[in-house]
Write a protein that binds this ligand. Structure first.
Ligand code: 6GU
Length: 238
């Protein structure tokens, strides 16, 4: 999978891409990441200008972005414009993106990019959540990390991605490691019982309980057993 990041801050990506999972994925050849700086596509170094119609905030000019896009675009490319106005990113979208061979990510800055870039290149417009960032760079990292960890051969243990929160449609159950006693608090006995069926039941119950408390809207897209319904009713009555 190849990523091209269109950004006026290429140096922003250096350290995050040089540690942990992303670094390993690069070393294994699962991903290649390249940055393109639209400022380098200008003669005067200017990439922003005032808004037509007035109003606070500058706009990313269309010409440097167009040059940057044209320098990397092919028939295989999927374009993503990162913007707080975009469709909110979900794990299902992240999963879908793992099937694309080449993703070009536009990191907006200022008030946003000139609308004609959206008209001409028709990128997917994506937001990573309901809050405002100063630019798409942080969002680009989130997107790249979300995709890369799902690529074959990147995570050591395939199960560790399959059992993630959201991948199952529910929030994860609590997890514990040694020591068994820590500051007067004990690991739940059931997790040390060796009874895998009851452990799976306990985890399912904790997941359902946590999801209905914190993120009830996630429950609508999950498949339930009769047992799940019993657990949900029990939790609602607690
Ligand atoms: Cl993709 N960009 C910016 N600037 N702010 C955001 C965002 C993206 N997603 C959430 N907030």
């Amino acid at each position: 999978m190849k990523f091209d990041i269109i950004t006026i801050f290429p140096e922003f990506f250096e350290s995050p891409l040089s540690c942990g999972m992303l670094r390993l994925a690069k070393e294994k050849g699962a991903i290649t990441i390249n940055t393109v700086n639209p400022r380098k596509m200008t003669t005067d170094g200017v990439v922003d200008d005032y808004q037509f119609g007035g109003g606070a905030g500058m706009v990313f000019k269309p010409e440097p972005l167009t040059k940057a896009l044209n320098s990397v675009i092919t028939k295989e490319s999927t374009l993503i414009n990162l913007t707080p106005k975009g469709h909110r990113l979900t794990q299902n979208m992240v999963k879908e993106f793992t099937r694309y061979p080449h993703i070009i990510i536009i990191c907006g800055r200022y008030k946003g990019i000139d609308e004609r870039i959206n008209e001409i290149f028709e990128p997917l417009e994506i937001s990573i959540g309901d809050y405002v960032l100063s630019g798409g760079e942080v969002a680009a990292l989130a997107l790249i990390e979300g995709i890369t960890r799902l690529l074959p051969g990147v995570l050591g243990n395939k199960d560790s991605a399959d059992s993630d929160s959201f991948q199952t449609g529910l929030l994860d159950a609590p997890i514990y490691t040694r020591p068994c006693n820590f500051k007067d608090s004990k690991v739940p006995d059931i997790l040390r019982s060796g009874d895998h069926r009851r452990i799976a039941e306990w985890r399912r119950k904790e997941s359902l309980a946590m999801t209905i408390k914190r993120r009830p809207e996630l429950l609508s897209s999950t498949v339930y057993s009769k047992k799940d319904f019993e657990i949900l009713l029990e939790v609602l009555h607690e």
